[in-house]
Ligand binder design. Sequence first.
Ligand code: MEV
Length: 377
Amino acid sequence: MISSAIPNFHKFPLEKKLKFIKEFSNLNQEDFVLLKKYQKLPDFTEFENNIGPFKIAANFLVQGKDYFAPMETEEPSVVAAASRAARQIREGGGFKGRYLGNQMIGQLQLLGIKNFKKTSKEILENKNEILKIANKTNEFLLRHSGGAKDLEVRKVKNFLVLHLFVDPKDAMGANIVNTMLEKIAPFLAKITGAKIGVRIISNFAERRIVFVEGQVPVEELALGDFSGEKVAQGILTAQELAELDIYRAVTHNKGVMNGIDAVALATGNDIRAIDAGVHSFAAKTGKYKPITKWKLENDFLKGEIKIPLAIATVGGATGTKKAKLALKILRVKNAQELGILAASVGLANNLAALSVLGTEGIQKGHMKLHQKFIKNI
Ligand code: MEV
């Protein structure tokens, strides 16, 4: 198997990069023709990691598997930074990750409740019937061990809110969940006598959390005149400020999302839903926090990210030709594999940002690339 750790991949002539990706991702002639077709678009420039409709980050090793990550972003420095940090984390063994759950939450609001205890009891006594009605809307999902799994009721001031927990497998889940909620609503109105309000998925996807970690040998962090130790100290100081201060934490998280959103966009995912989920999760304790953590352990800088990530490989715009091409380049088998890869890219972007922020500053590398980019368009 070919590695994605290719020194100076971005400097290869375009044809060589294309051939490389074709072989790496086992693209067929049709995919290859499509990839090249995007190069005829007026906005395409042969620059850095631009390939077809994407920019491509190299060096990713996740769960022992090599990836080239297609990213859709206007900032070439984001892709260069992700590739550089992925190379450093590869030196520490690569990224390791897992999903802690795969359920989305659908909300159904009940209004005009007189006796909350009684209405809750009526709902919970009919739980199996409600789940049955919900699952009738998607028998395919049910056959593949997904679907509506459970429900709970919450009192939110004057409202009773039903939460339906749905495993959408490799889909993001909005269509699946919303259809289920609309289907169970009349039955709920009948058994409770309540009026029905909103019926919609919650983007606070706290039951679909991805966790990824990676480590870098400290000496690998060296940057220009700065030793690995100096860079590590800068990262820890930046982390500390982000833990203490919302103004810094938001920007810290924005840098992480530079990577995640770019992978999500390339693969046809809904980045507004993803970002809403991530930022709400960052604030779930009532204090807005950074979504990554860095610490020193022996001679390694260790990083981790823990976020809700409702990313999909089926449904919606993941079925467009461009998104299918991105998924093929990635060689991912399912949505969880894509989520672990995307979170790894986010962690890499965070490492790259903090490495320069605590040392030479962001403008040097970023502006150099930006000016080169402007000259190229
Ligand atoms: C810029 O796109 C991203 C950064 O601001 C992230 C950060 O400050 O951590 C550099």
